[in-house]
Design a protein around this ligand. Structure first.
Ligand SMILES: Cc1ncc(COP(=O)(O)O)c(C=O)c1O
Length: 367
């Protein structure tokens, strides 16, 4: 039996796939293929085919994928964009950085945007919606796309945590005008550093995004089509990610298996709200396995003492972060969730013994 379980374990994955990792490094280094080269093109093609979009454009973070999307869609001064506060800072940062105004609405108990509140938040200034598929669980994209059509709004799907997840048979990332993914190390598909991707079906937007990521250049490096940024997904990262992508389906299955073990092992603990389960409309990929507990501080202290490393995402919702100037929003469900959530370790390399160890540690707190 293990005596501790870390929240992530990157070295274990490296040891398991050492030959593949080392082979990729040797191939890229010996070819000198670093910027916008064939490994990136191949990886972009594979992600586009997997997600179900015409284009996938590799950039250097999920954050930049959001920022570039917001700019490409023309969000700007005075425009309002609807999203949630129970998300990573850059979802809202993308709105603010292009001069637009974030309009934050509440989430439901599955941690995702409360679709029933969207229409009431729409004004003549509303330009877009950024639904966030949190924890590898899709938002209700059919309703969101219906609303966006009715009011002529643009949609950026924040799928940073949802590569592989789907809703009513369609993959997250294939619904919106653009969608973004993150390849941060702990994500569903993580690189050895930072990485991100924008997906879109719109040829014109795709060209704009390609220009934005490489200082305005697309095919001919002599022609600057617009002012842009320098935010390309490095070819080395793309090569690592493309190698890892071969294992992706297997890894998703393992995450789902671990989630079932947690569901079964933690069932029946009265003061614990287990990770919300979905109906058949959803295919969840469990980027995170999140439980809710009213005595969170004590539970977390107990788990850490027992050797179980956990994460809280996020204890302070964005509208309660003093520096951000968003305190005028009233989001009771978001605040309730932020006070209770705890993410348990979940990654494909976890052994069954480690999962049992975590379950035992949680159970002991409630005995
Ligand atoms: C929901 C969400 N959006 C955006 C991001 C930003 O991605 P990155 O860390 O690659 O910039 C993250 C990553 O933490 C995220 O979880």
């Amino acid at each position: 039996m293990p005596n501790k379980v870390p929240f992530v374990n990157y070295p274990r994955q490296y040891r398991q796939l050492k030959q593949e990792f080392d082979g990729v490094f040797e191939e890229v280094m010996s070819g000198g293929d670093f910027i916008l080269r064939s490994h990136l093109e191949a990886f972009e093609k594979n992600i586009a085919a997997f997600v179900g979009t015409r284009h996938a454009i590799g950039v250097n973070t999920g954050t930049d994928a959001l920022y570039l999307s917001a700019h490409a869609l023309g969000f700007g001064s005075g425009d309002e964009v609807i999203t949630v506060a129970h998300t990573f800072a850059s979802t809202v940062g993308a709105i603010v950085q292009c001069g637009a105004i974030p309009v934050l609405i509440d989430v439901r108990d599955d941690f995702n945007i409360d679709v029933g509140q969207i229409e009431a938040a729409i004004t003549p200034k509303t330009k877009g919606i950024i639904p966030v598929h949190l924890n590898g669980h899709a938002c209700e994209m059919d309703k969101i796309m219906q609303i966006s059509k009715k009011y002529g709004l643009k949609v950026i799907e924040d799928a940073a945590q949802a590569l592989g997840a789907s809703f009513k048979g369609r993959r997250c990332g294939s619904f919106g005008d653009t969608a973004i993914f993150s390849f941060y190390p702990a994500k569903m598909l993580g690189t050895a550093g930072d990485g991100g991707m924008v997906c879109t079906n719109d040829d014109r937007l795709a060209r704009k995004l390609r220009a934005f990521r490489d200082n305005g250049r697309v095919e001919n490096v002599e022609v600057i089509e617009c002012f842009g940024w320098c935010t390309r997904l490095d070819n080395l990262h793309a090569a690592l990610l493309d190698m890892k992508f071969c294992y992706f389906d297997k890894w998703v299955e393992r995450r789902r298996e671990i989630a079932r073990m947690y569901d079964d092992g933690l069932a029946g603990i009265e003061s614990l709200m287990p990770h919300p389960n979905s109906n058949g409309d959803y295919f969840d990929v469990y980027q995170n396995y999140v439980i809710r507990c009213k005595e969170r501080a004590d539970l977390v202290a107990h788990l850490r003492k027992s050797g179980v490393e956990v994460l809280i995402s996020w204890a302070t919702p964005l509208h309660k972060q003093k520096a951000l100037g968003l305190s005028h929003f009233n989001l009771p469900m978001t605040e309730c969730i932020s006070a209770e959530v705890v993410s348990l370790p979940i990654y494909p390399e976890l052994t069954d013994e480690e999962v049992e160890f975590v379950i035992d540690a949680v159970k002991k707190f409630f005995i």
